[in-house]
Ligand binder design. Structure first.
Ligand code: ADP
Ligand code: ZN
Ligand code: MG
Length: 478
């Protein structure tokens, strides 16, 4: 047998924290980053006798997510207790949904190298997040912070329809962008607002699905792709050696690039689910669902269409810009302010994307505003700075965001457009490069480019390139 005879199967369980102001069963704030245990009350601390009350916004947001992913919305659903003991969950049970999830049987479409593919969604249910254990390496203690306990989550469970790390990556990015567009979650991966349990198995083509392993709570696209790739190889190796894959929960280690087995509390997998007696069933009317459907914000797919049709943009531009609602909003506002849509799009797909990549930064973390970007495009259009200085201004806007004009003034980056001054530079460069003059006179066009490049270097990119061109030609034709 060879590796080509195997197929991989991947199923993803995504947890997204909902962007409600308050928690799912109490009025505590969901704000990220507060001092430990400052956003808590008897309900989310799991005090005996404290009664939960379901936050209506949680239902609304979950229904929005269901509609945006083509799910059927259940008009009759309920909450269930999922029992397990762990110090981050003081009640010793999570309130989740077992047999009657809010949304079922949806799908999203992803782009693959063989065209579009539907990935089915088995279900979306609502539940509460657990608290956080902060391990103190110094004292060896674990400190419990319950600010996150009770933050609402939706869990989106895919069918095992995903066949490769690339497809898993497209699925996760597409789903994230949908949730961002409908504004139900900020999906900040660095804050744990968007994380996935990754299930992987392999089997021989034509045979039934293999045994899966699961890696929980992963919150980096890169790590997820690497983990899947590694697991596929590891599982094929096992099968080829005549061994079996054990169904287990694994832990991914980014440094060694390997998975390890965990002695996970959840391997027992007996949660003794039962209906939550402190909450009433969730009954949704047709009007309620219809109303949410009518008010659903524009989805990435429709924005793509609009950019193609109305703006005449290329596939590449549209792909990069609409993948993130944040980038797409930035594009629209900055274009509206400066009126140069093409330039704004170019900055976003080239330099802004490059810097985001280098910094491994989410678009939503971009520190400058649409006005800043628009004003930068304007001062380039006016000739105050060249676009090569624009790159430096942009880098500065990422570091210490402020008005681009202020940056240019402070750094002395304004373009030199004074003819006398430029003529001086031109003479000096010509003096230093007699060979280029000869080449130019012999009809070698590249000589001019070289001279302009030298002059740019000498002025640290500040000379007006059109004027340089003009004056070089003038001087050499004398
Ligand atoms: P659990 O919570 O116990 O992990 P769920 O049914 O909630 O179980 O989730 C199972 C996940 O694993 C789903 O995303 C599903 O698509 C995926 N899955 C099921 N069988 C396989 C398999 N053989 N290989 C890969 N993924 C699988
Ligand atoms: Zn509370
Ligand atoms: Mg699971």
């Amino acid at each position: 047998m060879s590796r080509q005879d195997y197929e991989a199967v991947i199923g993803l369980e995504v947890h997204a924290e909902l962007a409600t102001k308050t928690k799912i069963f109490c009025n505590c704030s969901t704000k990220f980053g507060g001092a430990p245990n400052t956003q808590v009350c008897p309900v989310c601390m799991g005090m005996p006798g404290a009664l939960p009350v379901l936050n209506e916004k949680v239902v609304e947001y979950a229904v929005k997510a269901g509609l945006a992913t083509n799910c059927t919305i259940s008009q009759d659903s309920k909450n269930d207790r999922k029992n397990y003991f762990y110090p981050d969950t003081p009640r010793a049970y999570q309130i989740s949904q077992f047999d009657k999830p809010l949304c079922e049987h949806g799908y999203i479409e992803i782009d693959t190298e063989n065209g579009k593919k539907k990935i089915r969604i088995l279900r979306i249910h609502i539940e509460d997040d657990a608290g956080k254990l902060n391990h103190d390496d110094f004292s060896g203690d674990s400190l419990v912070d319950l600010n996150r306990a009770g933050v609402p989550l939706i869990e989106i469970v895919s069918e095992p329809d995903i066949a490769s790390p690339e497809e898993a990556d497209s699925y996760l990015k597409k789903l994230k962008s949908i949730l961002e567009y409908i504004e139900v979650s900020d999906c900040k991966m660095e804050e744990g607002s968007y994380r996935a349990d990754v299930n992987v198995s392999v089997h021989k083509k034509g045979e039934k699905l293999g045994t899966r392993t699961e890696c929980k709570n992963m919150s980096s696209f890169r790590s997820i792709s690497r983990e899947i790739e590694y697991e596929i190889e590891r599982q094929i190796d096992l099968l080829e050696a005549g061994e079996r894959v054990k169904q287990q929960t694994l832990r991914w280690d980014d440094v060694s690039g390997k998975t390890f087995s965990t002695r996970d509390k959840e391997n027992a997998d007996d949660y003794r689910y039962f209906p939550e007696p402190d909450l009433v069933a969730i009954k949704l009317s047709d009007e309620y669902i219809e109303n949410i459907k009518q008010n659903l914000p524009e989805l990435p797919e429709s924005r793509r269409e609009r950019y193609f049709n109305e703006y005449n943009m290329t596939e590449k531009e549209v792909g990069i810009i609409t993948a993130s609602k944040y980038l797409s909003d930035l594009f629209e506002s900055a274009s509206n302010i400066c009126g140069n849509r093409k330039a704004v799009s170019n900055w976003i797909i080239s330099d802004i994307s490059r810097i985001l990549n280098e910094k491994e930064m989410e678009p939503s973390a971009i520190p400058f505003t649409a006005e800043h970007l628009a004003h930068m495009v304007q001062i380039i259009d006016k000739g105050t700075i060249s676009s090569s200085i624009g790159k430096k201004v942009l880098e500065e806007m990422f570091e210490n965001p402020r008005e681009p004009e202020e940056i240019v003034k402070e750094k002395g980056w304004a373009q030199i457009s004074d003819e006398g001054e430029i003529r001086k530079v031109v003479s000096k460069i010509l003096e230093e490069n007699p060979q280029s003059i000869a080449d130019f006179k012999a009809g070698k066009d590249r000589a001019l480019g070289f001279l302009v490049g030298q002059a740019m270097k000498a002025t640290k990119g500040k000379a007006n390139p059109q004027m340089l061109n003009k004056l070089f030609v003038e001087e050499m034709n004398k």
